[in-house]
Design a protein around this ligand. Structure first.
Ligand SMILES: NC(=O)c1ccc[n+]([C@@H]2O[C@H](COP(=O)([O-])OP(=O)(O)OC[C@H]3O[C@@H](n4cnc5c(N)ncnc54)[C@H](OP(=O)(O)O)[C@@H]3O)[C@@H](O)[C@H]2O)c1
Length: 262
């Protein structure tokens, strides 16, 4: 099967980690007619009841609720702790596990270690969020790797959630994702955070370019610092990109200072 398969059925999706990103995804899944349940460290029962989602405080009844898909949407930094608290043996049937973490080699490796052999695994990264996906997902990239798939119908139906919304489906390995994301997403977040540290604000003489920088800063700081640090700590390619950024700044500084002394 590829991301363009036409098979699609309504799914029972259980979400682990009901933070801002899971809440954002849940709204579209519900709109498409899927049935959702959720569990999380904090009590999200109020927002869940508004959305028509059954919220479980305890993980055992959540696992017992016969989901086709279990979607992992915890912070990158808490993944290991969250996975170690899940009693997988409680699952009643082979289940498709999907993660949406913004780094990919790390959850792939951890999930392969802890999941029961009969569980399928799809590693994904929707390359958008509540800010840039607020007006729809058409044309936005959805990265995935079919790590261990035997139930093609469930996998295809899950991918359809994103295909239906017009996402650009990108099937690449988790390793390739991390390489490319370190040079693109991590760099974008780092520059946004630097601009925030500099406290840039609108001036009376804004250029269009400067307005772009202000928007970038404002959008980036809406993400949690946990998310940003996860992009660095658990992507082995990110450290090199941070070095490249420092080297680039030094090179540009030297070029400028050469002009001063010419
Ligand atoms: N935001 C985006 O645009 C975006 C886009 C693509 C992918 N993602 C990925 O989606 C995931 C969720 O992102 P997010 O934006 O919602 O924010 P986040 O800060 O990365 O993660 C928040 C989630 O992690 C849980 N969490 C944090 N620390 C925990 C701990 N010690 N133990 C148990 N749970 C813990 C929170 O649970 P409680 O709410 O219950 O406290 C919440 O569900 C991340 O892996 C992120 O990389 C995000």
């Amino acid at each position: 099967m590829s991301g363009t398969s036409s098979f699609s059925m309504k799914l029972k999706v259980g979400i682990v980690g009901f933070g801002p990103f899971a809440q954002f995804l849940a709204k579209t899944m519900i709109k498409q007619g899927h049935t959702l349940t959720a569990t999380s460290r904090s009590d999200h029962s109020e927002i869940c009841s508004q959305l028509g989602i059954k919220f479980f405080k305890d993980i055992v009844p959540f696992l017992d609720s016969n989901n086709d898909v279990i979607l992992i949407s915890t912070s990158i930094l808490s993944l290991s702790q969250v996975l170690s608290s899940i009693p997988f043996h409680v699952l009643k049937k082979p289940t498709l596990f999907v993660d949406v973490l913004s780094v990919k080699e790390y959850p792939r490796q951890l999930l392969l270690q802890v999941l029961p052999e009969e569980a399928d695994l799809l590693c994904t990264h929707p390359m958008f969020g509540p800010v840039n996906g607020k007006d729809g997902w058409a044309g936005l990239a959805f990265m995935y790797e079919r790590v261990r798939i035997r139930n093609e119908d469930t996998c295809s139906s899950f991918l359809h959630i994103f295909q239906n919304e017009g996402c650009r489906m990108v099937e690449i390995s988790c390793e390739e994702h991390d390489k490319q994301a370190a040079r693109s997403q991590f760099l974008t977040h780092t520059i946004g955070r630097m601009l925030s540290e500099m406290d840039i604000t609108s001036t009376s003489v804004n250029t269009k370019g400067f307005e772009t920088l202000i928007h970038l800063k404002d959008d980036i700081v809406k993400n949690s610092f946990d998310l940003y640090s996860g992009l660095f700590v658990h992507n082995r390619f990110a450290k090199q990109e941070l070095n490249n950024l420092e080297i680039a700044l030094e090179t540009i500084k030297e070029k400028l200072l050469d002009k001063v002394t010419e």
